[in-house]
Design a protein around this ligand. Structure first.
Ligand code: PMP
Length: 396
């Protein structure tokens, strides 16, 4: 048996803390000078002025702005239009407002998986999804995937013959977190076909509007009822607003509302109305284009830095959407040890691949993989962060 190294102990703690401690706790605990770790928007790209105008207008509309109240009907109609940008035709009555995509996932886990039910996801998965389903203590069935080929749909079909009635398949088809992949046409067609055969798919799509090449429509665009869509304003407006939405069949809304009420009693109407004002001013489309343009530049800048920095035998993705690059280092590099040293000696953070493994059994390549975020840092910070990582790799 191999000895447990300090880096492994650190990794176990790190991965556990990612999965169990709130984002805020993690942010305050770990303050690296340069962070490629989290999926934060670029701070200077947040539309603070326009949002302050929108917030002032909402407050000026009367005390109702600060009162308990029903979800914003106007915002639900605006989301119908946003869904059209993603190729989806839906009705306002199908839009269910949530406190961020995360709450949407959590409500869906309670509704569709239930206690100790079954759920299917990829081997590499958004850690917040694992947090959302954890209270259900589900049987998690995973399918093979990687950042270059995407999910193994043959494997999924085989799995579905063995696993009866999974609550749903969780998929992040555009700008995958963490693998950064956007699914190609064939995989999409096969998934949609599967969804038509009584498999509910939960499509988590916070990055769908941040596309740099191509224009992939949401999976839901091809299958109106069996795919439940999870959307968010976090990456395209501001994560602090905590406004997200589901597009789900109307017959599920009473149950969704009841579960939501159990967790927050009332909905964040102030934030919803601020988002609504901002959108009504006509600024969202322009803002999203501005973000896509800025993030494309940052992505290219980071790709260029990776080509100069990483040892030969490394490979990395060129994401056409989203805010992450997935890197795989060759042997004998170890992303956890690299993180240890990057954090403690150089003030640089990223997340190691193992943090995203759906089950504790990390795959062989996970230890050599890292997820780098490119939306949060400026070009200067990207340059400096990669220079520091290069120093560690050179002295390995
Ligand atoms: N899904 C994915 C894939 C994400 O990356 C995130 C945020 N990092 C979320 C859901 C949660 O987003 P929100 O801020 O809207 O809760």
């Amino acid at each position: 048996m191999t000895q447990t190294t300090p880096a492994e102990i650190c990794l176990a703690r790190w991965a556990r803390s990612i999965r169990t401690s709130p984002l805020q706790t993690m942010l305050t605990k770990c303050r690296p000078a340069i962070s490629f770790a989290l999926g934060l928007p670029g701070p200077e790209l947040l539309p603070a002025e326009q949002l302050s105008v929108a917030a002032a207008a909402v407050l000026a509309s009367g005390p109702g702005a600060l009162q308990y109240g029903p979800p914003s009907e106007e915002l639900r109609h605006q989301i119908v239009e946003i869904m059209r940008w993603r190729g989806v035709e839906c009705k306002a009555s199908e839009v269910f407002l949530t406190s961020g995509a995360q709450q949407g996932l959590s409500i869906l886990a309670k509704l569709l998986i239930g206690p100790r039910g079954r759920v299917v996801c990829e081997k590499y998965v958004y850690t917040g999804f694992l947090q959302a389903i954890e209270p259900m203590m589900p049987e998690v069935h995973t399918i093979e995937t990687d950042a270059w080929s995407g999910p193994d749909i043959d494997g999924l079909e085989a799995l579905l013959t063995r696993v009866a009635d999974p609550g749903f398949l969780y998929i992040n088809a555009t700008g995958h977190n963490p693998l950064s992949l956007t699914l190609g046409g064939e995989a999409r067609i096969r998934l949609v076909k599967l969804s038509a055969r009584a498999l509910t798919i939960v499509e988590d799509d916070p990055y769908g509007l941040l596309q740099y090449e191509g224009d992939s429509a949401a999976l839901k665009s091809a299958s109106p009822s069996s795919i439940i869509y999870v959307g968010s304003f976090s990456k395209i407006l501001s994560p602090a607003l905590r406004v997200g939405w589901l597009v789900a069949p109307e017959h599920l809304h009473t149950a969704l509302a009841s579960i939501k009420e159990g967790s927050d009693i009332n909905t964040g109407t102030f934030s919803q109305r601020v988002a609504c004002r901002f959108i009504a001013s006509g600024g969202l489309r322009e803002h999203v284009s501005k973000l896509a343009c800025a993030y494309r530049r940052r992505r290219d800048f980071m790709l260029d830095a990776l080509a100069r920095t990483l040892p030969s035998g490394s490979r990395w993705t060129t994401p056409s959407a989203g805010i992450f690059i997935w890197v795989e280092l060759p042997e004998p590099y170890d992303a956890v040890e690299l993180l240890d040293r990057a954090l403690s000696e150089h003030g640089v953070a990223f997340l190691p691949g193992v943090a995203f493994c759906a089950k504790d059994s990390a795959h062989e390549s996970a230890r050599r993989s890292l997820r780098l975020n490119f939306s949060h840092c400026t070009e200067d910070q990207i340059e400096e962060g990669m220079r520091r990582i290069a120093v560690i790799l050179r002295d390995w």
